[in-house]
Write a protein of this length. Structure first.
Length: 426
């Protein structure tokens, strides 16, 4: 009887979670791909926008549309009325000025406004100074467990300033730093989150923001003025009154009304920020603290304040969004001492499944988890398990339900129970 040719069984199908674990040693991600904020990145992390970046398109539309109408319907009459090349100047200047404003807009909205990098874990008390430097507002934790005070006192130009602890970024915010709830980042010298540019306004883009607002105000006044010039020319040529001139050039009337309304907004905003610059305040500080009635620790005189905004070097970004980072595997969440480094381990590293799909997990991951459970079991038998606290970096030696589930899937429960029986007999 002729035997059948043996064909090996097909390899087991890998689940998505297993594939993520095995591929964790493959190509690394970049910082912008694993960013925890709400920002949107383009061009491989070279451009960073806020989550409401689509409003940027609406702002561009509001700027370009009146300039196009001005060039198409108003400027042709100016070209014919003024001699030689003088008539072409209003069109050329408006086009160049508009391009300049669009560049300022993208410099404001497409760059890091001054984001403070997050800490991977809360700072320790000994790293943040002695108890005498802590705020007196903190009464301590009633349970006796170590925790961080909500505020801390720092001295700025001889004046005591309270800085707050950010639970999201796990750091004490530097002076003038605030957490933006829209972008979900702590921003240095936070001014406000501007919906018109779709980005936070902070230390690294405030200069471009003010230049954008003030330039837009000048463009509005420019178009407004030349539309009136056009109306006056029509009245002289046809010897008619204002209303008939507006009927002959309705686009001029529409642009006069549009730029008049817009100029009130952007000119008022420009004047307000000029006041903030001269007094060295941010919009957030002006509305929250009202330095008019008390000493402003950042005010160094209007000359130095203006110099700080316009003539100082813009600091480099604290974040390298294009830097490569290793994708965290299961072993990266549990150190060699058994510390749980992230509470999101069940979500990010493992997807507990039924059946035999766990056989495809790499042997290296299997041995690492097995050694961790073995060390935990030994500690439990010796009665030397340290007390679990709320500090992440202080360690957690408990066998969590996640590890029990993993050991069941990997077939390690049997091995663990055998060890316990052997040690129990001694």
């Amino acid at each position: 009887m002729q035997g059948k040719i043996y064909t090996p069984p097909p390899p087991p199908q890998l689940s998505d979670s297993n594939r993520r674990i095995i591929d964790s040693n493959g190509p690394s991600n970049r910082v912008y791909q694993v960013w925890k904020g709400s920002n949107r990145f383009f061009l491989g992390g070279r451009l960073i926008f806020g989550p409401d970046f689509r409003s940027l398109l609406f702002t561009v539309f509001l700027i370009i549309t009146p300039v196009i109408l001005f060039g198409a319907f108003v400027s042709p009459r100016l070209v014919t009325e003024f001699p030689h090349f003088v008539g072409s100047l209003p069109v050329a200047i408006s086009a160049i000025f508009t391009l300049y404003i669009i560049i300022l807009l993208f410099l404001t909205s497409g760059r890091d406004p001054g984001i403070i990098p997050r800490n991977p874990h809360p700072p320790e008390l000994e790293d943040e100074g002695d108890a005498s430097s802590l705020s007196t507002d903190w009464a301590g934790n009633p349970s006796g467990a170590p925790s961080l005070p909500p505020t801390k006192d720092v001295i700025v130009n001889g004046i005591v300033v309270k800085v707050k602890y950010c639970h999201t970024c796990m750091l004490y915010r530097p002076p003038r730093c605030s957490h933006c709830s829209i972008c979900n980042n702590c921003v240095d010298r936070f001014d406000h989150h501007c919906p018109w540019v779709g980005q936070c306004i902070g230390k690294r883009n405030y200069r471009f923001f003010f230049m954008f607002v003030s330039s837009t105000a000048m463009l509005c006044l420019y178009v407004f003025a030349f539309c009136w010039v056009n109306i006056r020319k029509i009245m002289e040529i046809y010897r008619c009154n204002l209303w008939k001139a507006l009927l002959k050039s309705p686009v001029s009337g529409i642009l006069i009304l549009y730029t008049f309304i817009t100029a009130w907004f952007v000119c008022g905003l420009t004047a307000f920020h000029l006041y903030l610059i001269c007094t060295n305040q941010t919009t957030y500080e002006n509305f929250r603290y009202r330095y008019d009635g008390k000493m402003n620790p950042y005010n160094r005189g209007w000359v130095q304040n203006v110099r700080e905004i316009f003539f100082s070097k813009i600091p480099s970004s604290r974040n390298n969004f294009r830097a490569k980072v290793k994708e965290e595997s299961s072993s990266s969440f549990i150190t060699s001492m058994g510390r749980v480094m992230s509470p999101e381990m069940p979500k990010r590293s493992f997807d507990i499944e039924m059946g035999g799909k766990r056989q495809a997990v790499a042997a290296e991951e299997f041995e690492d988890i097995q050694s961790q459970i073995g060390s935990v079991a030994a500690l439990e038998r010796c009665g030397t398990q340290p007390r679990h606290t709320s500090w992440v970096q202080k360690g957690n030696w408990e066998i969590t339900p996640d590890l029990h589930a993993l050991s069941a899937d990997f077939g390690m429960e049997h091995g663990l129970s055998d060890r316990q029986k052997i040690h129990g007999g001694h």
